[in-house]
Ligand binder design. Structure first.
Ligand code: HEM
Length: 283
């Protein structure tokens, strides 16, 4: 016997009918509209089409939320409300992280099932996603707001990452990095979904004709490029001076290390371990 779910249900606790769209919950959340936005029973090309639509629609909603929150962060940064901006960036990061697990639900759809759904998608492209476009646009606003804040405080980005630099700006920059990394992790999760569903290869064309391979390059495109570049800059100006030279003894205890270290210690002839057999730490 097949259970029927499209008819209103009587809730014995409430003693009311749920599903008619008349209750406060249903009115406020517009559930009659929301739940009618997926292909109905008998309209689906295959059972998993509901899963496909729900995941896509949910992801659009999360992207909408993340984008609106990013707009608020811009206003907060411009108003110098760094704590509020920080709390909101944490929220955006959590949204994006939850989207990664949500994407994994769609991985339970097998490739053969997707081949059926694919026939109803026209030439749709992921680039047409409003949420994706909104978030990238909002991230541009965030990047500009960070630049304004740095200019106002008279600090170059590299100086933020220099000893004695402003802690509050450093925390902010790291939170923007968290958001960016979470966004790229989402794109990576999408890449793996695509890979196991239609394959990633030069011969695999998306519905808009693009080879699915392009995703490999796009998924690491950052939202806040300068924050990634500054790390490259810091490493480029890194110097060995002041550190420990390669092969040098550390606290005269080089012998404690594995083979390569023990050999270096033997060559250096550490007096503290003059009588030790080599390599002593390799058991
Ligand atoms: C089985 C499911 C999916 C398949 C086979 C698939 C396939 C693809 C392919 C081949 C592309 C690259 C070509 C193009 O831009 O159209 C793409 C891009 C994209 N897809 Fe999907 N996708 C799936 C699920 C999703 C979901 C759940 C979302 C969530 C909103 C999504 C969002 C996007 C976005 C935003 C892009 C553009 C990414 C970029 O250009 O870096 N896709 N998808």
């Amino acid at each position: 016997m097949r259970l029927e779910l499209s008819e209103p249900l009587f809730n014995p606790l409430l003693k009311k009918w749920v599903g008619r769209g008349e209750l406060d919950y249903e009115v406020y959340l517009k559930t009659p509209v929301l739940l009618s936005l997926q292909a109905g029973e008998g309209e689906r090309v295959t059972h998993d089409e509901l899963l496909f639509q729900v995941v896509h629609q949910a992801q659009e909603l999360w992207l909408k939320l993340a984008s609106r929150e990013a707009v608020e962060v811009v206003a907060e940064l411009d108003a110098g409300k760094l704590w509020a901006a920080s709390a909101r960036l944490e929220r955006i990061q959590r949204v994006l992280r939850s989207m990664v697990s949500e994407m994994a639900v769609l991985e339970t759809m097998t490739p053969d099932t997707y081949q059926v759904i694919r026939r109803s998608l026209g030439n749709g492209s992921g680039q047409e996603s409003p949420g994706y476009n909104m978030l990238r646009h909002a991230a541009g606003g965030l990047e500009a707001a960070l630049e304004r804040l740095l200019a106002l405080r008279g600090v170059a980005l590299k100086a933020v990452y220099t000893a004695g630099g402003p802690d509050d700006l450093k925390r902010l920059c790291e939170q923007l990095m968290d958001v960016d990394e979470a966004f790229q992790n989402w794109l990576y999760a999408h890449f793996q979904l695509v890979r196991r569903t239609i394959g990633v290869d030069r011969s695999v064309k998306a519905l808009d004709g693009l080879p699915s391979q392009v995703l490999a390059g796009r998924m690491t495109l950052p939202l806040f490029r300068q924050l990634w570049d500054v790390r490259v800059e810091l490493t480029s100006s890194w110097k060995r001076e002041g550190g420990i030279a390669p092969g040098a003894l550390r606290d005269g205890c080089m012998h404690a290390g594995p083979g390569a270290y023990a050999a270096a210690a033997r060559a250096a002839g550490c007096p503290a371990h003059a009588g030790a057999s080599f390599p002593p730490a390799e058991r």
